[in-house]
Design a protein around this ligand. Structure first.
Ligand SMILES: [Zn+2]
Length: 92
């Protein structure tokens, strides 16, 4: 049995979507930092992967409250792009 945080998948998608319009570093390190910041501001919603029905319900529910998620992801992108955890010279 495995537990999955439904919020993680949603934040992943939002990040990818919103970063398309952002001119900032998108390396793995920054992506992880952004994801961590966004997830820390959002409630975790864990479901066990064997319960597919509950998973889709929660997923749909969380997507409906996407306003909060957008705010958190926007904030995370801003924070990391202004203060990346690596020097800008390392940017590839
Ligand atoms: Zn970076």
């Amino acid at each position: 049995m495995a537990l999955v945080n439904v919020m993680e998948g949603i934040v992943d998608e939002k990040l990818e979507l919103m970063l398309k319009d952002e001119d900032c570093c998108k390396c793995d390190r920054c992506l992880e930092d952004m994801k961590a910041i966004a997830l820390n501001q959002l409630p975790s919603k864990y479901v066990s992967t064997h319960n597919g029905e509950l998973f889709s319900k929660l997923d749909a529910l969380m997507r409906q409250s996407s306003i909060d998620i957008n705010v958190s992801v926007t904030y995370a992108i801003k924070m990391v792009s202004e203060h990346p955890s690596h020097s800008l010279d390392e940017k590839k």
